[in-house]
Write a protein that binds this ligand. Structure first.
Ligand code: AMP
Ligand code: MG
Length: 404
């Protein structure tokens, strides 16, 4: 079991207050603390005890709520996507299905987390807010969102509530938090990879929890990701068994199960040490990442395989189970990365043994609010390959800069 919410305690914390911290029910630790505090009066020993606690606090309850929330949201998105794919060409050019799925997913996640974790303060940093839905002429789409949310809740059966349109708007607006380095904040991308969603390809519901600015758990629901490994020749096929749920809690590893329900299996990133044998993921959309730069990096590493281009944080999920070895992301100048595009994915990969950094090799900092403040680019691989990847990235960036 891993426990980390004691990162939120400023040392030294009076030991009697620990039991009043929401969710702190670890009786063996409390009794250990009581014994330690009566046998030692030095603050260094209590700091030591608290440091031990920091590395062993449980987020199990939050993880269970996050899995439930993301799975229900994924069910809503799947339903909307399959209706979209069956519709005619004219309806396909209409973006309202993604609007319904996006807002519906956010409302559902917000509702489920609040319901399941009622004893905890609730803060959510999420991509959407209800501003546009409160404007004139949006009643029909709001009705569709509300129906989609209520259908998903009814299909689960564990809540006897029906949400009104106002409840849905309120749930969406719970996502207005700015995040930051103090306390706990949920971080949500209700549909990551909307372009993939509209194309009928990959997308993900990505949910993570920050505690004192650090990602402590992450869940990635990837409704179209095949259970079987995806590789260079990957093409979406109707016969694949699809729908994967990845989840990770700090210190406890990464697991994957079917979204439709199965026993979780522990996953590990690729163990490939020779970069010539590696393959790499990148965005499907060339507007999201400079494919020419990735190609130059791959060339320097001697990578022979063609890039695997898929949408969304499904890339992090696929990488965490070793489908590929490297993920390269280099947005065009001026783009600022948002925390919800990487929080869940990064812990899913790091708990599976991988490393996620910016292009300069710095760890990603999720404590600065909605944006990641980083040296352009995000790179991901296993620990063995990271030094040579960083070298190739640096050289390729320098070459690109000098050729301009
Ligand atoms: P991907 O599917 O990996 O290409 O990433 C999808 C995410 O990229 C979306 O959720 C957006 O938040 C983000 N995004 C949108 N525009 C850009 C852009 N110009 N450059 C990089 N990322 C973007
Ligand atoms: Mg996104």
């Amino acid at each position: 079991m891993s426990i980390n919410c004691f990162r939120s305690i400023t040392l030294p914390t009076p030991i009697h207050l620990l039991s009043s911290i929401p969710n702190f029910t670890h009786k063996p630790f409390l009794s250990f603390l009581n014994k330690t505090s009566s046998s030692s009066s030095s603050s260094s020993s209590s700091s030591f005890v608290l440091a031990r606690l920091v590395s062993s606090m449980s987020y199990d309850k939050e993880l269970a709520a996050a899995k439930k929330a993301a799975s229900l949201a994924a069910r809503l998105c799947q339903k909307v996507q399959s209706a979209l794919l069956q519709s005619d060409v004219q309806t396909k050019s209409d973006r309202s299905p993604v609007t319904v799925a996006d807002y519906g997913s956010q409302a559902l996640v917000s509702f489920v987390l609040e319901r399941e974790l009622q004893s905890e303060p609730f803060s959510l940093v999420a991509e959407e807010d209800s501003g546009d839905l409160r404007k004139d002429g949006t009643q029909e789409v709001l009705e569709r969102i509300t129906k989609a949310v209520n259908d998903a809740l009814a299909s689960d059966g564990s809540y006897s509530t029906t949400l009104s349109k106002e409840d849905v708007l309120r749930a969406i607006d719970n996502g207005k938090s700015e995040g930051g380095s103090h306390g706990r904040h949920w971080v949500l991308d209700p549909i990551d990879g909307t372009k993939g969603f509209l194309r009928g390809d990959q997308y993900a519901v990505a949910l993570a929890l920050l505690d004192e600015g650090k990602v402590v758990l992450g869940v990635l629901a990837c409704p179209n990701l095949p259970l079987a490994p995806i590789g260079v020749n990957y093409q979406h096929s109707a016969c694949d068994e699809v729908g994967c749920l990845f989840f990770a809690e700090v210190g406890s590893g990464t697991y994957m199960q079917l979204l439709s329900g199965s026993s979780p299996v522990k996953v590990q990133v690729s163990a490939i040490e020779n970069s010539e044998e590696a393959s790499f993921f990148e965005s499907y959309e060339k507007a999201h990442s400079m494919h020419d730069l990735s190609s130059s990096i791959a060339k320097k590493l001697g990578v022979k395989a063609a890039p695997v281009r898929i949408d969304s944080q499904a890339k992090y999920g696929a990488l965490s189970r070793g489908d590929g070895t490297i993920y390269l992301r280099f947005p065009h100048k001026g783009y600022r990365e948002k925390i919800w595009d990487h929080a869940a994915g990064s812990i899913v990969v790091t708990e599976a043994g991988g490393v996620v950094t910016d292009a300069a090799g710095n760890p990603l900092d999720f404590s600065k609010g909605k944006f990641l403040d980083l040296e352009v680019g995000i790179i991901v691989t296993n620990q063995k390959l990271m030094p040579s990847l960083l070298r190739a990235v640096r050289e390729s960036i320098e070459e690109k800069a000098s050729s301009l």
